[in-house]
Ligand binder design. Structure first.
Ligand SMILES: [Fe+2]
Length: 396
């Protein structure tokens, strides 16, 4: 296995895991010294009754808390601005984020700005934030983004019509509360797409140029858990053990890519989301197998290990055969969890390639991908994304 020769690794977030652990929220709030709480979630979380469960849990412990549900599926800078204004006017000293990646990214940005001046747009990039914010407790209700543990918040800036990313150790939640019971209301198609996002995090992290022994251990366990449980979680939403495995896998992959970054799939996902509105997990699911096939010859040991972890009984004579097979195992998993759409289904045509490639090549994730792509390579990968194919690219 190839590792980066220098690396750093830290986990600033405490993980609290277990079915029913929501009931410990008041004690966790008190541990962090929180007295006035802003609870951030999206309207879907409110409609599913999860926001009320969180508010009741805090209210029953006589902890003052206020709801903030102005969170879009593509979280916007404006939502953060409104949330900060509400938190400041109520003198909130702790933020609880509950929901998927959008709600958690918004809650993290609000918490961050409670300890910093200016606007969230002043801190775009990595390590630009000078001060810690208010503590954040992140409660994921999906299993994919890893936002409950990552340094990143990704927000839409409607003024520039672009996505902005804020990456800072101060943007890590203080506590990630992982309660599988809170993910059972997630519909099957969301379970599938977010699960494929977690798989993409794990695979891209462990094969990338910044791979390191510590993160590799986490990603390998994450891939093992996803191979074991994603199909079950999609088929039976009430399957608590499968839901728990997916939450853990998502968290482990999130910790890993905090340190390593990702690869070409995530470079593509940003413009595919911005321009065509393709949900992040779905964009990753569409692009992952062909990118894996393209990369396989440039990290044979890494991809062979992924093939072993996906473990569908296939045997190989040579490591390169295993490495190439990994892409097909992921394509099979993608099909089994019901993801059959392609980029063409979202209106992507060859005429859009230049714009997508221009945007994708700006991503820092390209630099750590096992293979540096030409524009022609990128176009070939998008063509596979349009047709849902894997085969041809792997012979490059
Ligand atoms: Fe992702």
């Amino acid at each position: 296995m190839t590792y980066s020769t220098t690396f750093s690794f830290r986990i600033p977030t405490v993980i609290e895991y277990g079915a029913g652990r929501l009931k410990t929220l008041p004690a966790l709030v008190q541990t962090l010294g929180g007295c006035r709480i802003l609870v951030v979630g999206d309207p879907g979380i409110k409609a599913a009754g999860i926001m009320d469960r969180v508010m009741d849990t805090l209210g029953n412990a006589d902890i003052q808390a206020w709801e903030f549900t102005d969170v879009k599926s593509d979280p916007a800078v404006q939502s953060v601005t409104h949330g900060i204004a509400k938190a400041r006017s109520l003198q909130c000293d702790l933020v609880v984020g509950v929901g998927g990646g959008s709600a958690l990214d918004t809650s993290k940005a609000i918490g961050l700005m409670l300890g910093n001046t200016g606007t969230i747009k002043d801190y775009v990039g990595i390590d630009k934030v000078p001060n810690a914010g208010a503590p954040v407790i992140a409660i994921p209700t999906t299993a994919g983004t890893g936002s409950e543990l990552t340094i990143w918040s990704v927000l839409s800036d409607t003024e520039s019509d672009a996505k902005i990313s804020i990456g800072s150790v101060f943007n890590c939640p203080r506590i990630g509360l992982l309660d599988p019971e809170l993910t059972v209301s997630m519909p099957a198609h969301v379970t599938a797409a977010t699960g494929m996002d977690a798989l993409t995090h794990a695979v891209e992290s462990c094969v990338c140029k910044a791979n390191q022994p510590i993160t590799e251990a986490l990603t390998h366990k994450a891939i093992f858990l996803i191979a074991k449980s994603l199909r079950n979680a999609v088929a039976d939403g009430q399957h608590i053990a499968a839901r728990g495995d997916m939450l853990l896998a998502s968290a482990m992959a999130g910790i890993a890519f905090n340190a390593t970054r990702l690869g070409l799939v995530h470079a593509f996902a940003l413009p595919l989301g911005n321009k065509f509105g393709i949900a992040h997990g779905l964009a990753n699911a569409i692009m992952l197998p062909s990118v894996m096939a393209y990369n396989a010859s440039h990290n044979i040991a890494g991809y062979a290990a992924v093939a072993e972890l996906l473990n569908d009984g296939e045997k190989w004579k040579k490591p390169i055969d295993a490495a190439r097979y990994a892409a097909h195992a992921v394509a099979t998993l993608r099909r089994d969890v019901g993801i059959t759409r392609t980029l063409s289904d979202f209106g992507v045509t060859e005429r859009d390639f230049d714009e997508i490639i221009d945007e994708a090549m700006k991503s820092g994730n390209v630099l750590v991908n096992p293979r540096f792509p030409s524009r022609e390579d990128m176009a070939a990968l998008l063509r596979h994304g349009m047709h849902g194919t894997v085969e041809d690219v792997q012979r490059n």
